[in-house]
Structures are given as C-alpha cells and as structure tokens.
Design a protein. Sequence first.
Length: 573
Amino acid sequence: MAVTNNEIAVIFNRIGDILEIQGENPFRVRAYRNAARMVQGLSSSLAEMVEQGESLEALPTIGKDLAAKIREIVTTGSLRKLRQLETSVSPGVVDLLKVPGLGPKRLKLLRDYLNIHDVNELENAARQGLVRQLPGFGQKTEQNILRELQDLQHRVRRFLWAEVEDIAEQLVTYLRKQPGVKKVEMAGSYRRRRETVGDLDILVSAAKDSKVMDAFTAFEAVERVISKGHTRSTVVLRTGLQVDLRVVPQVSFGAAWHYFTGSKAHNIAVRVMGVQRGLKVNEYGIFDKRGKRIAGRTEKEIYDQMELQWMEPELREQRGELEAAAAGRLPKLVVGSDLRGDLHCHTTRSDGQNSMEAMANAAKTLGHDYLAITEHSLHLRVARGLAADDLLAHCEAIDRLNGKRKGIRLLKGVEVDILEDGSLDMPDHVLQRLDICLGAIHFAFGLSEQKQTERVIRAMDNPNVNILAHPTARLIGKRSACRLDMEQVMDAALERGCYLELNSQPQRLDLNDVYCRMAKERGLKVVISTDAHSTGQLGYLRYGVAQARRGWLEKGDVLNTRGLTSLLKMLQR
C-alpha cells in the first residue's frame, strides 16, 4: 500500500515540533511546517509521483533535501531523520505535545525553566503553582493545563476524519479486489462523517471460500494483528489507527450496515420502535414473533419496517431524525455540487502557497463561478498580513486579473483581525472598497463568555463586515472553542445582515454540526468556505459539506449556493 500524503505530513510536523522544542533555527522549523501544510493540501499522491519519477522539487516549499526525504518515506515507510530526532529527546517530551494548548515554544520554556520532561512532572509542577510563574503562562493557563491533563487521562486517541480518508479508501479498494468478495462498505463514525473517528469499521460480504481475512491482515499498512477469525478480525495500522473487519451474509448486510453505522442512540431508538411493533431488530435483521427474518438485506428494508424514510448516515444521531422521517420531513441535504464558489482563501501575498492566478485556475477547474481572495490583515504578522496600502494595491491586482480572465470572478476581500475591543484591524475607508470582509478572532481566545460575545458583536456592528470566519476559533484536539453565547451571536448576525462561516479546514470544521442546526432553525445563512492556503486545499469544501449535512443544512441554508449576482446582493448591508 502506498504511503499517504497525510502520513508524510505527520512526519514533517513531528520533526518541526522536536526541532522547535530543541530551539533550532526557526527558518528550519518553518521549512518543515510549510512542507507539511503543502503536502496535506496537495491533490495528487506523492507516492504516485515518486513511483512515476516526477520531480518533487517543482512543488512549492519543497527543495532538494525535503524531496529526498519524501522519497525515503515513500520507499521505506519511515524517515531516518525523525528516528534520530526522537532518540535525542525523552519520550515524555513527545507525549507532552499531546496536551492541548502546549506548543513547542511553551514546552521549551517548561524544560528550560522547570526541567520538565514528561506529563507527570508537568502535573506536579502545576499543582505546586510553579507553572504560573513562567513568562507567558499565569494562573489561568496553569489551571487550563491541569484540566487538560485530567481530560487526557480519559481521552481515547481519535483521528481527524480527513486524516483517515486516504487509508479508508485504499482499504476499501484493496478489499474489493479480493477473490470472492461481493460487497465492501465503511460503517461507524467514519460513514456518519463525524469530525473525528476512533477506529474504522468495515463490512464485507464474501463467498465462503474467500480468503478476505488473510488479505486483510496481510494489508501492507498493518503493523499489528490483534485478532483474526472467520467473521471478524482486528488490526492496528502503522499510524496507530485500529480497523475492525466483519464478514456478514448478504441476507443480513443491510441490517449489519445499519447497526454498525450507528449511532448507538439512533440504533436503540430504532430497536425500541421494533419492540413496539412486536419485532426484534439487531445486526442480523428484523425478526417477527416466530423468529422469521422479514428484513435485513438492505438498510431501506429496516426503515420500511418502521414506516420511516431512509435517512442519510450523517443524520443518525438521535436528534429528531426519526420523528422527521416518520412525518416525511427529512431535509434534502446540501451536496458539493450545490456550491457555486468559495469565499475564503489565501495566496502567496499573505501566508498562502500559490499565486492568485494559480488559485483562480484551480477554482475554475473545480467548476467555481467565483472565488474570494481574502488575505490576512496586518495584525496577524505570523501570516504576513497586509497593511491598508498593501491591501488596496492587492485589490488592483485582482481587478487586473479579472480583466484578463473569463469563466471565474475573483472577489476582493480580506480576513481582518477582530481586535480585543471588537474594533477591526483595517480602516473603514479600505473595507468599503472590498466585495467581502471576513472578521476573525486570531488571539485573546481566553476572554470570558460575556467579553468574547461583546467583542464579536461589536465587530459585526461595523457595516463592512459580511461574515464571521471560523466563529469559535477552535482547533480540534488542540484548542478549545472560545466561550461565546452563540444564540446571542447568531441573533446579532441576523439583525445586522451578517453570515457565519463553516470553515472546511479539517482541524477547524467551525461551525460544528450543532451550531449549524441552530443557525438553520433561526434562518441564518451559513457560508461553507475552505480557508484554502494552496490550490489543493480548495478541495476541502467536501469536509465542510459533510459537516453542514450533519447540521441538517439544505441548499437554501448555504449562502454560496447562490449565483454571483445574487451573492453580491446578499452581501450588501
């Protein structure tokens, strides 16, 4: 099995983490970080490029040294450089990177000032009140660290959905090619498109003499076989991801697919409905009082017996979907082809990896009618944000490109920092000349709910703001959501003619599904954008669409399903 782009990105990020902890040259650290981000956003497979002898050095941020490392990873499945670095630091230091809120810079301070090298030493220092005394920490940070350490003890390792997408597709393709295999489908939280997955569940229907279990346990990415049987096997991949494979008869496939897709609460509710009808519902099918199987070959048969519409897997969370199905009121969920454009992306003018023209070409290839170019404002210096004059000059460049190109319209925009007092990091006279303005929180994440809510609403008071970007500023597994009264924020957005973004970056997916549903119920339109920093990341819209579907959003609930003329009209305040 080919090494995935995500596996290569994980290795480069890990190297960057260790180098930063060791206090290495920041330019060297940044090289690995940039390479990891480029790899994750790349639409083509690096393994295939290596196999076909294509030049890796032609890729953005990839020089001769990094290209050689990519070839080594693809060829051997690992990287000697990373193994050397991991032996140069204690294993406990690497484990500390799993603590949300503790980046390499803070870990270096903990090591240099308090000689902390593992989780236990960190907890002891925090309980003794030593951590708060370090520069840039404080009492609140110390308390947050203790809370995160406690949560970490009970947390099962989970993977971003996007992190396992490639391997899941490879597994399904691999298994479908095996002799005697009739059907292969993904189940579990992966099929429901949850933000994160703890493991993968795969169902197979196969002939009795099939050797599918032998093929599964021999899959190239398998690091350890936990169990192997005739109907079920469990393995752990080299990424640490556990995969369960179950072989089920065709007559029960639909019932098993429904059961193992979940959610548990949804399944229980369906089972109760069956009991009320004198039926037994389980993973083998639906059985009447005499024990005769009356349904189970397809999922539709399961729902038909309950007098329900078949429902999309993303809805199966026991949040009213059964009642809606019984009444014939299930939403017609938004799909990727409904989107007409993308309203949030970055180019090399700030912290993007590709030129404006390259982004426009890629967006046009995807079938977009429009693409908003929204560079960062000056306050976010780490992202090479633009000052007012630079942004105006950039807008002129957008106008010139629009004059030369046909088939796609570039919108002039900015992702402007919302300062702590709610004001914006860009003069109004500049914002007035743009097609679109995204307000975003990039710092001061720890404000109280009241102050953070007031900050956001004050920003939306500015008539130039159209969209609140990644509203809660969370990073899944790394940074908790800002404390916001989302009902108050949504009501304020409606009153002011603003919209909320569903940011499709896999580590953000912000708004979450619950907030998407809340927006829908209020009649507040949501924008599904990629926040793309490379041409490859423009394809991230599929992650945002999946999140929107989990939030019951339909085509009419999403702003950028409109054509250009309608969109520009709706952006006017």
